[in-house]
Design a protein around this ligand. Structure first.
Ligand code: ARG
Length: 721
């Protein structure tokens, strides 16, 4: 990317600011005087060094990447971690069985011996951040801009590997402002993390998907883990004699409570936003991408739910995947609605017109939008098809498994493949299969396959369909417009594919043979679709990605140049950020005003005995009835406060993030965003955007009064004043 040079104005941007209230996920090491001054103006009582320091312990040292996609915070000197229930969900489900159902009944370790190793859950600590823009630009100078979309990540991984040499550390280079700046993040990864406590799901996921992404909200969305290290104090794989992590820094916990207007700050790892998205991207999303994704997920979820609701074993088996799919099913549906409601497309067009006025006479920028228009027009006819592959065909576990075997087939049929390549491909297939068969629920998947194929036939452009597949289907199973055709086909797929028969699979993978694989009905079905797409349409997808990246890269370069005097924050990209704001009520629509808090009494109002989403444990009902609140009563409110909302700017990945008061104490855990601001990835609305936070006093109340885990309470540094 020759044209990308490190301009000193990039650095200027990150240091000088005219700050917009509440909006922005800031890099904690580059707050600059103006952002920091604004934090202080809003109420912050800490120094910059207390927030982020390389040489001294600071809040940054208490914040971890939890399990790859969430945030957690250290709350004791022995590595105790608070995060969300939905972040610990897979680990809790994995530790559960029908006999020891921690998902359903909760779990509280009363001693360290009782803590349960959560395989695969890692804790990553940030060691330092370095600007490596010059090195990256050097490494990519011979790559064409349109090739960067596919090549950049490989270059960044390779360079990070070269730059980080200490064996215990790992590096990741993240791209900022769409490839206009690059920072290296160095982490230390701890692989022995253990489950310490979780409320029953009826508390941790109270309100389920009905209440997900909504305020008012009464979910006790927390779980508790502990990081372990080797006896000599290093990051280590699991070992029975590992010892609790000796925390450099941990957050004290405040039980004083919050008022409307109080300062709040949230540290964490927001996954992704696209605030500089163009009008073209917004339109593609609302016209094609979101509605098709939602329709396909809708079908999958219905079939899964039908099997889960009556069988506790299936519920445990599918719970994690179901929650994952459901979360963004509701998100993307709401996102489209809000993007349209707030006219975000028109808003972006207006910004583009302004940009063009500024760009007049600057040849580098003048044609960005006319070029983008062509790029989007070329891609648009195939966009739905791609969603149908990714969310449809690959949304069926068995078809996704089958499609993944294409790699094995390719290796086996390559006469030049080395024995080591073949062994590697076989091992990969074995690993894939082990995960698949453990998670496979035949009853739901059979219905998913039938529905997805039928939807594909009905909705994807006829000219783009795999014609031979549907011709065969018609010959063998009849009318392509009849439901029964698809149900019968799916039934026969599940009866005869070697993927659904473990002994046939074992025999196959011991001596894999391409002829047998090519004959398999699941393999034939999956690859009919994926090969049709990759042979005929993937080129358009790549061309679109390449040109879109290059044009957006230029657009962002222009935006930075145009706004040289004001501070722009970079989009979220799974790197550590801090956002600051305050507790605040809001008015979602005409005549409605939402309070800034929800209470235990509100849980009782929503309580529906026996309901899938709104039941609660008997013991919580008792505690509420007897007003047995202990030290967690909010005296002003006269009840236990369950949750509160703030104006902080966060997004997915921030789940589990600490909500910190002006003095640096933990007051809550961020766990969701509100429905009215589901367009927040593309546009921040300062009137309507709210972060939904668990009040830490409700967390402590549940731990102590419901779980009886006073050991956990005693481990914390609780501040009452
Ligand atoms: N919406 C939350 C987030 O993305 C996840 C909530 C999980 N709960 C649920 N009912 N699916 O952070």
């Amino acid at each position: 990317m020759k044209k990308i040079i490190v301009f000193s104005w990039l650095i200027v941007h990150l240091f000088n600011a005219t700050v917009k209230a509440d909006e922005g996920m800031w890099l904690p090491h580059l707050l600059g005087e103006q952002v920091y001054a604004d934090m202080v103006k809003k109420g912050l009582k800490l120094t910059k060094e207390q927030l982020y320091s390389i040489n001294n312990n600071s809040i940054k040292d208490a914040i971890i990447i939890f399990g790859g996609g969430c945030t957690g915070e250290i709350v004791s000197k022995e590595g105790l971690v608070f995060t969300n229930h939905h972040c610990g969900y897979d680990a809790i489900a994995a530790a559960s069985s029908v006999a020891h159902n921690y998902l359903k009944d909760g779990f509280w370790a009363k001693t360290k011996q009782e803590e349960i190793y959560a395989k695969g859950v890692h804790a990553q600590f940030l060691v330092k951040i370095e600007d490596v823009t010059a090195q990256v630009n050097e490494a990519i100078k011979t790559i064409k801009p349109e090739e960067l979309a596919t090549k950049l990540s490989g270059v960044l991984t390779e360079l990070a590997g070269k730059l980080v040499t200490k064996t215990a550390n790992e590096g990741r280079i993240a791209s900022f402002f769409k490839g206009n700046q690059f920072l290296l993040f160095v982490y230390e990864r701890y692989k022995d993390v253990r489950l310490v406590g979780t409320p029953p799901e009826s508390i941790g996921k109270f309100g389920g998907d009905t209440d997900n992404w909504e305020w008012p909200r009464h979910t006790g969305d927390f779980s508790i883990f502990r990081v372990y290290m080797s006896k000599d104090g290093k990051p280590a794989e699991y070992a029975a004699d590992n010892v609790p992590f000796a925390s450099k820094s941990f957050l004290p916990v405040s039980v004083k409570g919050l008022k409307d207007g109080d300062y709040t700050m949230i540290f964490g790892y927001p996954g992704g936003t696209n605030r500089y998205e163009t009008s073209y991207g917004v339109k593609l999303k609302t016209d094609i991408e979101n509605p098709n994704l939602v329709e396909l997920r809708d079908v999958r979820l219905k079939h899964m739910f039908n099997e889960m609701k009556n069988d506790p074993a299936v519920k445990i088996q599918l719970a994690g995947n179901y929650a994952y799919v459901a979360n963004y099913w509701k998100f993307f549906d709401g996102e489209s609605k809000q993007l349209l409601k707030y006219k975000v497309y028109e808003l972006k067009q207006k910004q583009e017109t302004e940009f063009l006025a500024w760009a007049k006479g600057k040849p580098e920028y003048e044609t960005i939008f006319s070029d983008l228009e062509k790029v989007y027009a070329n891609w648009r006819p195939y966009a739905k098809h791609r969603v149908y592959i990714n969310e449809g065909i690959l949304g069926s576990p068995v078809l996704a498994m089958a499609a993944s075997l294409k790699a094995l087939e390719t290796t086996l049929s390559n006469t030049n493949a080395k024995p080591a390549d073949i062994t590697a491909a076989i091992d990969a297939a074995k690993g894939q299969y082990a995960r698949f068969i453990k998670a496979e629920n035949v009853a739901s998947d059979r219905n998913i396959v039938a529905s997805i194929l039928q939807l594909f036939y009905k909705n994807v452009e006829a000219a783009q369909q795999p014609k031979a597949f549907f011709a065969d289907l018609k010959n063998m199973f009849g009318d392509l417009n009849a439901d029964l055709t698809y149900t019968n086909f799916s039934k026969s797929l599940f009866e005869s594919s070697l993927l659904l028969n473990e002994s046939k699979w074992n025999a196959f993978i011991e001596k894999p043979d391409t002829a047998a694989l090519r004959k398999d009905i699941a393999y034939k079905t999956a690859t009919a679709f994926t090969s049709n797409f990759s042979n005929n349409y993937a080129k358009y997808s790549q061309e679109f990605a390449g040109k879109n990246f290059a044009l957006n890269n230029k657009y962002l370069k222009g935006i930075l140049e145009k706004n040289i005097k004001s501070k722009l924050y970079p989009d979220a990209n799974s790197t550590m950020r801090v956002s600051y704001g305050n507790v605040k009520s809001y008015e979602p629509r005409d005549a409605v005003k939402y309070s800034h808090i929800c209470t235990l009494n509100g849980i009782m109002e929503k309580y529906k005995p026996g309901d899938y989403e709104f039941d609660i444990p008997e013991k919580l009902v008792e505690l509420a009835k007897n007003k047995d609140y202990g030290q967690y009563l909010d005296k002003t409110v006269g009840d236990v406060v369950v949750s509160f909302i703030t104006t902080n700017d966060i997004t997915g990945g921030n789940s589990g993030s600490p909500v910190i008061n002006a003095k640096g104490e933990l007051v809550g855990l961020a766990f969701d965003g509100n429905y009215e601001a589901l367009s927040h990835k593309l546009a921040f609305d300062k009137n309507l955007n709210r972060t939904i936070c668990l009040d830490v006093r409700y967390l402590l109340f549940v731990v102590e009064k419901l779980g009886g885990a006073t050991n956990i309470i005693q481990e914390l540094d609780i501040r009452k004043m």
